[in-house]
Design a protein around this ligand. Structure first.
Ligand SMILES: Nc1nc2c(ncn2[C@@H]2O[C@H](COP(=O)(O)OP(=O)(O)O)[C@@H](O)[C@H]2O)c(=O)[nH]1
Ligand SMILES: [Mg+2]
Length: 432
């Protein structure tokens, strides 16, 4: 019999209401010990909570008998007042009754183990909790609704049928049927290869959407890079100074641009320098610019705005001329971080760039995690290897189809689940 667990499902700290969840065989006896008879399933009941004659709270109770619950086990929910003493009193009563505090992600993990959720849906719960922008929320909800599970399970199902045909080719290798089955099996494998390639060849759209797309501000010292991140973030994240070389570390701010999370980074000014800390800042700036988008900010009032820029500077996604208040004419977008001129236009351009990078072209659900990408790359390699099998050796194709199937099955948790669970749930918070 599995152990019974409890955890705070809501935010720790003072609040009007806090939700404590319990799951496992002791969830029901827990309610009975603290509040009397079990309420009707899935109906809220207002009860006095007390343990060993000492009152704890007046609380709302919910009772979800398994398997019709989030975890698939018996689940109790206590909606108590959100104060430290109330919470501690309930926790120690539950502990005394034989329940133990849950580990990270243990509720979701039990839901997966009991077949209530596949792994992509469980991961979507974590994404929903972490979502900061509407686009992240939308993507997580879709995944929670099973968009990715359906896609991956669909490929897996197609591979199962291809495997069946490859096995038929083994059985009937002596007559003409064998060759036909072999060709049919190959055709399915080819088709799945194409679909996987389209899906993973998305320049990290879903992952960038989930984690935030990077925008690195690059440029010479004094161009106004720190002023720009402050204007974008609408707060003072970086120190602005007329002393060149002020910014040395990479300073980051998170923005919501048209519903997408953008992680803007201010960096050290690019120039040749003998000063070791500043040189390290330049090195970090270039390293940071390797992923995501870059914005090159230049002081348009200077004779030679690009002086001192390293020759290997990556081609920027956007080039912007600053200090238009000092008066100059340049091709492209000119702004003044001093007067605010051109800032709305800059925001609009940024928004377009972000949408170009992150908007879906065909509405297909995007790849959202490196874990999925890795499994799909493995599946691709097996399928490509299988296609090279000669037709008089259908067993070689069959073996690769099996390996590809297993790789895809690992994404939703259809196979080898145990080894995967620790990896997937270690980033969850307690009570989820
Ligand atoms: N005139 C003018 N000065 C600016 C503008 N933007 C920034 N500055 C000034 O330029 C100097 C350098 O700015 P800062 O943001 O620290 O540049 P960074 O070195 O690129 O981070 C500061 O003295 C700012 O006040 C602007 O649009 N017009
Ligand atoms: Mg700076």
């Amino acid at each position: 019999m599995s152990s019974s667990i409890f955890a705070l499902a809501s935010h720790a700290g003072r609040a009007g209401v806090a939700v404590v969840r319990a799951s496992g065989p002791l969830a029901g006896p827990g309610i009975q010990a603290l509040a009397g008879p079990l309420p009707a399933p899935r109906q809220a009941a207002l009860r006095q909570l007390a343990y060993r004659g000492i009152p704890i709270d007046r609380a709302l109770l919910l009772w979800f008998p398994g398997p019709e619950s989030f975890t698939g086990e018996d689940v109790a929910e206590f909606h108590i007042h959100g104060g430290l003493a109330v919470r501690e009193a309930l926790f120690s009563a539950l502990f005394d009754l034989g329940l133990r505090p849950a580990e990270r992600g243990e509720f979701s993990r039990r839901a997966v183990e009991n077949g209530k959720l596949d792994l992509t849906r469980a991961e979507a719960i974590a994404d929903l909790v972490d979502a900061e922008t509407p686009a992240q929320l939308h993507q997580a909800l879709r995944q929670h609704d099973g968009a990715l599970a359906e896609l991956y399970d669909g490929w897996r199902a197609a591979l199962i049928s291809a495997l069946g045909r490859a096995e038929a080719a083994i059985d009937f290798s002596d007559d003409g049927v064998g060759e036909e089955e072999f060709a049919a099996s190959q055709a399915v494998a080819k088709n799945i290869i194409e679909q996987i390639q389209v899906h993973i060849d998305d320049s990290g759209r879903g992952e960038n959407l989930r984690e935030g797309l990077r925008l690195t501000i690059l440029g010479p010292p004094n161009a106004g890079k720190s002023s720009l991140i402050n204007v974008l973030a609408r707060r003072d994240v970086a120190i602005v100074s007329d002393r060149p070389g002020t910014t040395r570390d990479v300073v980051e701010a998170r923005l919501d641009i048209a519903g997408y999370l953008l992680q803007v980074a201010d960096t050290a000014g690019m120039r040749q320098t003998d000063e070791p800390i500043e040189a390290e800042g330049v090195r970090r700036a270039l390293a940071h610019a390797k992923s995501g988008m870059t914005l090159l900010l230049l002081d348009g009032s200077l004779q030679n705005p690009r002086a001192g820029l390293p020759p290997d500077l990556p081609e920027p996604d956007l080039t912007v001329w600053n200090k238009s208040d000092l008066g100059f004419a340049r091709q492209g977008l000119s702004i003044s971080l001093k007067t605010g001129e051109g800032i709305p236009e800059l925001l609009e351009m940024l928004q377009k760039k972000v949408q170009q990078k992150l908007d879906s072209k065909d509405g297909a659900p995007p790849l959202t995690r490196p874990r999925h990408r890795h499994a799909l790359q493995q599946a691709l390699a097996h399928l490509q290897h299988g296609l090279a099998a000669p037709k008089d050796h259908p067993e070689l194709l069959a073996e690769d189809l099996r390996l590809a199937m297993r790789a895809i099955g690992r994404i939703t948790g259809r196979v080898d689940v145990e080894e995967l669970l620790d990896f997937v749930f270690r980033d969850f918070c307690i009570g989820k």
